[in-house]
Each structure stands twice: as C-alpha cells, then as structure tokens.
Design a protein around this ligand. Structure first.
Ligand SMILES: Nc1ncnc2c1ncn2[C@@H]1O[C@H](COP(=O)(O)OP(=O)(O)OP(=O)(O)O)[C@@H](O)[C@H]1O
Ligand SMILES: [Mg+2]
Length: 363
C-alpha cells in the first residue's frame, strides 16, 4: 500500500482510541472542561450506562458562538498557546483534543452561552460533518450531549460492559472529581433516577461532610486531617487510620495540582509511610492533595492525563513519606493489635538514609 495522509475524521477516531475507552472517559473529559470553565454547578445526566446518552451541563464561562466550531476541532484549545504554557499548565485540559475525539465516535451536540452574550448557540456533529452554529436557548454556561457512543466504531462498542458496570465507572469518576472540587455542586442521574446530589461546600465541616458522603462515614470517623508545608510543596487532605483500612486499594485518591493521578512514586511513599501501622494485605484509604509549582511536574505524559512525571521524584517521595509517617506515628496509641505490632517493629531511625529506599521503584 502506498503512503497516504489520513483524513481528519480517521485521525480523530484514532486519537479517540487513546483517550475515550468507555463512557466514563467521556464524562471525565466533559466534567473537566466544565471545571476549567469555572463552573459552580455541574449536572451529569446518564442513560443506559452512558452508552445511549451523556449530558453534562454547567454554569461556567461558556463559549462564544463564533468559537463553537473550534471547540470541536482537533488541536484547538483556549488553555495553552505555547510550549512554555504547557510547562506551567494550571487547567485540567490542554491537549485541545477531547471534544474532537468524542465527536468523532458519537452523535454530538454542544450548546453554549458565553458570559454576557445576548444569545446561546448550538452546534452538532454528525458523521464528522459540523452543523451550525445556530441560535439556541441556554443560560450562561454550556451543555454537551453525547449520544450513542461508539455507534460508528462497533469494535470499540464490543468492549463495553453491562450498563450497570459502565455506570459504576462513571459514578467512581464523579466521586473522584467531586472530592477535589468541594466548591462545586454536582448532580448525577442515571435513567432519570438521582444517584448523587452534592451541594457546594463552603467551609471545612462541609468539606468533611462531602468526604463522608463519598467515602463513607466509616472513613470520616477514622481519618486524620493532614496539612503539611515544605519549601515549594504542600500536602493536605485526609488519611484513613488503620481502622479505615480496606481489603482492596479502592479508596485511594491522590491529586497533584488538582489532577487525580496514579503514580508509583506516590504509591510507594504512601505504602512505606503506612507500613508500620497496617497489617500485611490491608490497604490504606486516603484523599490527599499535593500542590507544587506546575513547573515541577510534567503533565504531558499520558493521553488520558492520569499520570504525571515529577521532575524531582526523590524530593516528592521523601516529603510524602516524612509527612505521613509522622502524622500516622502519632496515632498509634490505643490501636490494639496494630499498636502492638507496630511497637514490635520499631520505626527505622534511618528512614532518610539512601538505603531505606532500596525498594523504591526505579531507584
Ligand atoms: N464546558 C465548557 N465550557 C467552556 N468552554 C469549553 C467547555 N468545553 C470545552 N470548552 C472549550 O473548548 C475547547 C476544546 O475543549 P477540549 O476538551 O476538546 O480541549 P481542552 O480542554 O482544551 O484540552 P483536552 O483535550 O486536554 O481536554 C477548550 O479549550 C475550551 O476553550
Ligand atoms: Mg478538555
């Protein structure tokens, strides 16, 4: 076969292959866009596990009618303009690809009214043909409708699980986003049934109430508030005490500059910090936020943006380990069997010595 340039619709479908794995991936991209737009309230409406319909409506900054076609164009973004911006990115999105990818594998509509605009406008994308913008009704903010996900890529559709399972992934995702954005109200419905309503949390008590609503009263009753600063890094949030430990590692939320990430340096530091207070096979529960200079983290390392690379991995590892180890050490008294076991295995005095990281991946 001779070499040929691929048509844009196929380029977008290939890009969608990397980012849009299932309905929950669409929800992630849409809700992150709403958060980037400064929304205070986000409504997520799901039908048939997100396969039939995903509708995300926000009261954010909106999009000017003339910009709507660009919003669904590939490699078009309002969030960065130069490579330098990419190094300091403070928004969740920056690739300018999500909507183009989603629109290429669904029946897609976007209605928006920019702040102070007299009227809203709507575009639709059908079989990679753009229709609109046309005048529409919408309050300030945006609504995105994604219908019949993967209708034109049946191979992808075959990988989808039962509607309940797909909805479960969506609900998990909303939990993760809602934990990081207590100032935003969320409502999630599935097939017309309200599954979650979370009011905006104005103060610390309301934040903990949201954590309790999302992680359970058990966690809220057995957690410690963390607030630690060091030169250039801040760690805050809640860590579960041994009594809140789980058989599965399913309540571990770690955010870097507001972005939920899975990171082996982080996981390792946390596992080490808990190693003296948890039985083997038990997993800690936590909701932790690490904030640092965006220049210290590369966010452009994963298409779905759920991994990052720290420039100073060792520094981050040691800061996390130290902060949590100290916090947890103070909690041992009165913890029964766990306490006894911890006492039998005293803390290594040399935790900061280089060989204490022998098991650190990549070290
Ligand atoms: N809910 C929204 N409210 C306001 N503007 C939006 C919204 N959704 C998308 N946009 C605009 O459309 C653009 C394209 O969105 P898209 O999600 O495709 O790319 P991105 O967010 O810039 O980057 P990424 O691909 O990493 O998500 C955004 O840069 C933003 O300007
Ligand atoms: Mg985006």
């Amino acid at each position: 076969m001779s070499i040929r340039a691929l048509p844009p619709s196929l380029i977008n479908q290939i890009a969608a292959g990397e980012v849009i794995e299932r309905p929950a991936s669409v929800v992630k991209e849409l809700v992150e866009n709403s958060l980037d737009a400064g929304a205070r309230r986000i409504d997520i409406e799901i039908e048939a596990g997100g396969i039939r319909l995903i509708r995300v409506r926000d009261d954010g900054a909106g999009i000017a009618a003339a910009d709507l076609p660009l919003a669904v164009a590939a490699h078009a973004t309002s969030k960065i303009a130069s490579f330098d911006d990419l190094l300091h990115v403070a928004t969740l999105g920056f690739r300018g690809e999500a909507l183009a990818s989603i629109a290429s594998v669904s029946r897609f509509a976007l209605t928006s009214r920019a702040r102070d605009a007299a009227q809203a406008a709507r575009i639709e994308v059908h079989a990679s043909r753009l229709e609109g913008p046309r005048p529409a009704q919408h309050p300030e903010g945006s609504s995105v409708e994604v219908r019949e996900l993967f209708h034109n890529v049946p191979a992808r559709r075959k990988f989808l699980r039962a509607e309940r399972t797909e909805f479960g992934h969506i609900d998990e995702l909303i939990k993760a986003l809602a934990l990081a954005h207590p100032e935003v109200a969320f409502a999630l419905t599935h097939d017309g049934r309200t599954v979650r309503t979370l009011r905006a949390a104005a103060d610390e008590d309301a934040r903990l109430a949201r954590v309790a609503a999302l992680l359970g009263d058990d966690f809220a009753a057995h957690c410690l508030r963390i607030g630690q600063d060091t030169a250039g890094m801040r760690l805050h949030g809640w860590v579960g005490l041994p009594a809140a430990a789980r058989a599965l590692a399913d309540r571990q939320y770690f955010y870097v500059n507001g972005r939920l990430v899975r990171d082996r340096v982080v996981t390792h530091a946390l596992r080490q910090a808990y190693s003296d207070v948890l039985f083997h096979g038990r997993h800690p529960a936590y909701v932790l936020f690490l904030d640092l200079d965006p220049a210290g983290v590369d966010v452009n390392v994963h298409p779905a943006k759920n991994e990052v690379r720290f420039r100073e991995q060792r520094l981050v590892h040691d800061f996390l380990f130290h902060a949590l180890h100290e916090a947890l050490a103070g909690t041992r008294a009165g913890q029964g069997a766990v306490h006894a076991r911890a006492a039998a295995q005293p803390l290594r005095a040399d935790w900061s010595a280089p060989d204490s990281h022998a098991a650190w991946p990549g070290a």
